[in-house]
Design a protein around this ligand. Sequence first.
Ligand code: AMP
Length: 563
Amino acid sequence: MTSFREFAQTCEVIEGTSGSLDMTALVAELLGKVTPEELPVVTHFVMGEIFPAWSSEEIGVGAGILYNALAKSAGISVSDIKELVRETGDIGKTAASALKKVSSGQATFSAFMDESNDISILEVFERFRDISRSSGKGSQSSKIKHLQYLFNSASPEEVSYIARLAVEELRIGVGEGIVRDAISLAFDVPSEEVERAFMLTNDLGLVAVTAREGGRDAVLSLGLELNRPIRMMLAQITPSLDAAVSDLGTAAIEWKFDGARVQIHKEGDNITLFSRRLENITESLPDIVEAVRENVDAESAILDGEAVAIDANGRPRAFQDILKRFRRKYDVQSTAREIPLILNLFDIMYLNGEELLDLPLLQRRAKLEGCVKNGDSINVDTQYLTDDPEKILEIYNDALKAGHEGVMIKNPESPYSPGKRGKNWLKKKPVMETLDLVVIGAEWGYGRRTSFLGSYALACHDPDTGRFLPVGRVATGFSDEQLAELTELFSDLIVVESGTEVEIKPEVIFEVAFEEIQKSVNYESGYALRFPRLVNVRSDKSVEDVETIGRLEEMYLVQRERN
Ligand code: AMP
């Protein structure tokens, strides 16, 4: 049994380390020494996660609950906690400092007891699971009690990490890339194989356990499983149709539908739908479930497609309308009548017990066409094969005329690569490029807008460290109504408040348009956006979709070439 103290000590060392190789070695050492039962938990904890991404379990602890639990454990007021947060700028330090005061007065901490009283990693996890399962009336106070128990059973160095974990913000700079390499190092499995297993299972905890128990062979045999979502294959932007043709030669051209991604798992009559963020959205889309049941002739299948909300003329409606459907938990049937959807299927990854990922696109396509009967709300649209940019331009214009986004230009020979954004799928849209950035902060407004959060701080992702790097702020493009909605949305994600400045847990993605990307010393990313404006709040996307620093750099260089 490993104590949480050991985990906290390792986190502290990692926090003080800057090179990613050193960090990987420290994580590998940690993964190598915990028990098999602890391994999946530690794998997630070290990334600041409690449950795997695909799991529907969520801890549901925001600043309100955490401040309350800390205040109660330390015997001080919530405003004292807020004051400490302002002073330290960090919830972990706040927790340590608030509870240190208690420990000097009364010996509540195990630090003053025998080491055998140390709380274990699994006990912390079990408490977190209890917290996630507290629901309904009284759940708030039950969550607070569980947290209080944890705070009062741990030493100041541990409470700091318990507090950070409770809000899933460990801040030690360990992301999926480092954990993947650490698993590879600890259990001697090539990093690409760990990565592939991760993309198929979506669970690094499972991959770590498999690697440890069965080595490379076991990792290689990890595959698709029905009802467990796999990462979606992603597309890269192509600057022009000519460039796409010179990259791919003869290509498979499809409309780029203006909708939201859906992954469909069919097992007999049991249909499960996942969103791009891999959330289970089956309950919200009964019409799609029915259409798949009726029109997909397969005992079992995993399919990929885009759900489009259509108006009376069959044209795509605004993106917001699709989100209304995806998020709906009640009045589902009437919303389905109000906003009908059509599912455009474009890929198949699994059919009747056979994994199809490594088949070339054209062969997967034939299997898809073979098992889907087009209907009112399900469609496998035309795919064109051509190397003629003129022909592609024609298809592209038709797609735009029909109200869609542009075209997808795909390599006909390519496998389905889960989670990969590469040259095998290229996308071309007419609008000026937008960036998907994560909101990491905001500011309370003034005048008429004092009760609204505005001026949102945006960040891109650094895959090497797992950190989010600021690229500027967006303050235009919002209606009052939208600001009110966003203020409510962000109120649960506030990590620290200081004056009118608010730090926000990175979870919400803004799609932002801009005039150009500039070099800047004012932001940690080294870049800033000129005239950024909000295009959409992308609640279908998650932090994995956030633009990388490499991508910003690339866009900056391309822009410099063009001007
Ligand atoms: P973007 O969201 O701009 O990165 O573009 C990629 C997205 O386009 C995918 O995630 C899908 O949701 C969507 N899409 C629409 N039509 C297609 C298609 N024919 N093939 C693949 N993706 C498509």
